[in-house]
Design a protein around this ligand. Structure first.
Ligand code: S3P
Length: 443
């Protein structure tokens, strides 16, 4: 993977492409099939760093996972009570989904486990899962009384709780639903607004007693083993978002992105761009693994600035850095509010998005819970940094293909966390991208 990306203004994006499998669904497919009984077949798995971390952890707990190819797995589930004590610390790498979902799974196991990862993930808030898990009876220890990883989980008996989540977080909800599978009684989780629902869909399709009604979900200990999965993971709408913005912002683009997951808890970016004036059409495709799928057909044209906030934000939370790029090309003011969760992602995405886009000449200001962008602005090529954040790296690449001149993105290797073929995909759409490593840059 390249340390440095150089990207130039290359004209309209024209063509047809796919995007890698959905990251959230890939994590869940590996975790849930590991505790099913029998062999699961997972196709179009995301072969990125985060999902690999999840896969390696399940292996460390005794699950055999055969890689038929890098995107096709056969997971030999060990059943609900079949995981075994790992003989080392479990490395979540940089993946919040891995750490938070697995903490829920591990809280009810009869062995000790330790979850750790990079310095970045050790700085992300864990009290949001540790507090409710402790209320269920879990014994979890972490730095600063459980606020930060590493997390050490000691066996204990769990009892169900009814929990009102303060933020609409799918990671927290999924953590508690997983713990609920090992708890005595019915676990009930209320979310303040719709958060992605892949956990509920997948676990119930496997026969687990997990149900959702509006913003309330339930789980309890299954009477019967979970059925194995046979799933083709839909393309990741969060990865498609970079291409959607690029094609919306560059006039005369004409792009079809095939087989993208269009679960309504994830399509906020499609709605936002359409409201801003982009022409995005959907061609429905057969459901995959209980998830709706469509081809997205986008053409470039005039965008206008708008206000975004409230529940819509949750359905596009990972896409806000690239929405900021779209806003720089929109006529008028775009305001993003209610997005304070962005401050605790891989980086403080409000601060990093604003600081890097400013280097390219964007008229963007930080606010406590979002940002304000005035457009349209002709962006200039500049030297920018991903700060080790995959979504920021790719948002900056999109800014680079709109900007005049060349943009150099440092620490660009992180694109592989969620979109391993990002550079190849852009090149196939006629974007000029050069990949360099530190050694060649300093020759
Ligand atoms: C995810 C949920 C979201 C999202 C993250 C993946 C998931 O986080 O930002 O990239 O797979 O459940 P929160 O649940 O913290 O909002």
């Amino acid at each position: 993977m390249a340390d440095i990306l150089k990207i130039s203004n290359s004209g309209p994006l024209i063509g047809r492409c796919g995007v890698p499998g959905d990251k959230s669904i890939s994590h869940r497919a590996v975790i849930f099939s590991s505790i099913a009984e029998g062999s699961s077949r997972i196709r179009n798995f995301l072969d990125g760093h985060d999902c690999r971390a999840t896969m390696n952890i399940m292996r460390a707990m005794g699950v055999r996972i055969d890689e038929i190819s890098s995107t096709q797995l056969e997971v030999h589930g060990v059943g609900l009570d079949g995981l075994r004590e790992p003989n080392d610390v479990l490395n979540c790498d940089n993946s919040g989904t891995t750490m938070r979902l697995l903490a829920g799974l591990l809280a009810g196991q009869e062995f000790v486990s330790v979850l750790n990862g990079t310095a970045q993930i050790r700085g992300r808030p864990m009290a949001r899962i540790v507090d409710p898990l402790r209320t269920m009876g879990a014994q979890i220890h972490g730095r600063q009384n459980g606020r930060y990883a590493p997390l050490t989980i000691v066996p204990s008996r769990l009892s169900a709780i009814e929990y009102k989540m303060p933020v609409a977080s799918a990671q927290v909800k999924s953590c508690l639903l997983l713990a609920g599978l090992f708890a005595h009684g019915l676990t009930v989780v209320h979310q303040p607004g719709p958060a992605r629902d892949h956990t509920e869909r997948m676990l119930s399709s496997m026969g687990a007693p997990v149900t959702a009604l509006g913003n309330t979900t339930h789980s309890e200990r299954p009477q019967d083993p979970l059925n194995p999965l046979n799933i083709i993971i839909p393309g990741d709408i969060s990865s498609a978002a970079f291409l959607l913005v690029a094609a919306s912002a560059v006039p005369d683009s004409q792009l079809t992105i095939v087989d993208v997951g269009v679960n309504a808890t994830r399509t906020g970016i499609v709605d936002a761009l359409s409201e801003m004036g982009a022409d995005i059409r959907r061609r429905s495709r057969p459901h995959q693994g209980g998830e709706p799928v469509a081809d997205l057909i986008v053409s470039g044209g005039g965008l206008r600035g708008l206000d975004f906030g409230g529940e819509q934000l949750v359905t596009m939370i990972d896409e806000l850095p690239v929405l900021a790029v779209a806003a720089t090309q929109a006529e008028g003011r775009t305001v993003v509010r209610d997005a304070q969760e962005l401050r605790v992602k891989e980086t403080d995405r409000i601060a990093t998005t604003v600081s890097e886009l400013k280097k390219m000449g964007a008229h963007i200001q930080e606010t406590p819970d979002g940002f304000i962008v005035d457009g349209p602005t002709p962006l200039n090529g500049a030297e920018v940094d991903s700060h080790g954040d995959h979504r920021l790296a790719m948002a900056l690449a999109v800014a680079g293909l709109i900007a005049e001149g060349e943009t150099t993105i440092y620490n660009a290797h992180v694109t592989a966390d969620s979109f391993p073929d990002f550079e190849t995909t852009l090149r196939a759409l006629n974007v000029e991208v050069q990949e360099l490593d530190w050694a060649s840059e300093n020759e």
